[in-house]
Design a protein around this ligand. Structure first.
Ligand code: NAP
Length: 274
């Protein structure tokens, strides 16, 4: 049986084993998918050990997404642009680094939430691994304007500079900003770790246009504060469960060459968690 896993720290909360087991069931693929808690200084060794056991691929989560591309022998263009990988695929001596976070979120926003991004104003809050993975696919969807706002504004600036040429080619205005971002937006993505650490809402409600889509990349009880804040302020609230399932579906496609029925699995997962 082919072996896969998610590596992270923390990783106990991860729903990825459930999602991939269900994908495998629905597509008739034979595989086993585990979760592995990796010591903060132990990522390189963990990948080496997993490959030695016959591992075929892994998801990479906090805090190893920036370390993962350094282990890859080749990177997809989307991982290169993000400088972060949320998946690795192993084939003999070849290690492919990819990033499916961004396409996963775009699919969730456009296909599952039904909000077309073209021509919209988008605020992405945060400039860590998730924001870096999300920006390229968001530019591809051709909104009118994207602002990356971060507590440490230099990090937002660095991501913006890396994507500046792509944004120009797609006719998308792209700026970096402090958390006190000016203006109001149609789509607001909380890609900070604030919900994970329980440190509250990192932005003012004035960033929300009426009926804006406000999406926290966290899910479960940790996202409840953001979801309530968005609803209280007239937005359509969404958590990160859809992105989680869609990025997993794209990873499954990379690993197995088959796209699983992600909308069905998202509905089942929501029902299970409810
Ligand atoms: P990361 O690389 O550690 O980046 C964390 C970001 O959050 C940084 O921009 C940091 O700002 C900011 N931040 C942390 N605490 C903050 C606070 N109290 N106030 C304001 N900003 C704060 O983490 P990541 O990988 O990008 O992940 C971010 C979130 O996305 C996590 O909650 C993660 O679980 C979630 N995520 C979900 C999915 C999914 O599939 N649903 C996929 C990927 C990530 P500084 O730069 O100033 O430190």
């Amino acid at each position: 049986m082919d072996l896969y896993c998610v590596m992270g720290n923390p990783v106990e909360h991860s729903k990825s084993p459930w999602i991939h087991a269900r994908f495998a069931e629905l597509t008739g693929q034979l595989l086993r998918y585990d979760k592995r808690l990796i010591p903060l200084d132990g990522f390189v060794r963990a990948v080496r050990d997993f490959r030695a056991e016959g591992g075929r691929g892994c998801n990479v989560t906090v805090p190893f997404k920036f370390e993962a591309p350094q282990l890859a022998t080749r990177l997809t263009p989307r991982a290169q642009l993000a400088q972060a990988s949320n998946i690795l695929a192993f084939d003999g001596n070849d290690i492919l680094g990819d990033n499916t976070d961004g396409i996963g979120l775009v699919m969730d926003v456009q296909d599952n939430a039904g909000v077309a991004l073209a021509g919209r104003d988008v605020l992405i809050v945060g400039a860590g691994g998730a924001a870096a993975g999300v920006l390229g696919p968001f530019i591809d969807a051709q909104p009118r304007r994207i602002v990356i706002a971060n507590r440490t504004v230099d990090k937002a600036q660095a991501i913006v500079e890396r994507h500046a040429a792509m944004a120009r080619e797609h006719g998308v205005e792209l700026h970096a900003s402090q958390l006190e971002a000016n203006g109001a937006f149609d789509v607001v993505i909380n890609a900070t770790a604030a919900s994970m650490s329980g440190s509250g809402i990192p932005i003012a409600a004035s960033v929300l246009k009426p009926r804006a889509l406000a999406c926290d990349l966290m899910y479960g009880p940790a996202a409840a504060g953001f979801v309530a804040w968005a609803q209280e302020n007239g937005a359509v609230a969404r958590d990160g469960l859809g992105m989680l399932v869609e990025q997993a579906a794209e990873a499954f496609l990379v690993w197995r060459g088959v796209r699983p029925p992600s909308a069905q699995v998202l509905a089942e997962l929501r029902a299970t968690l409810a």
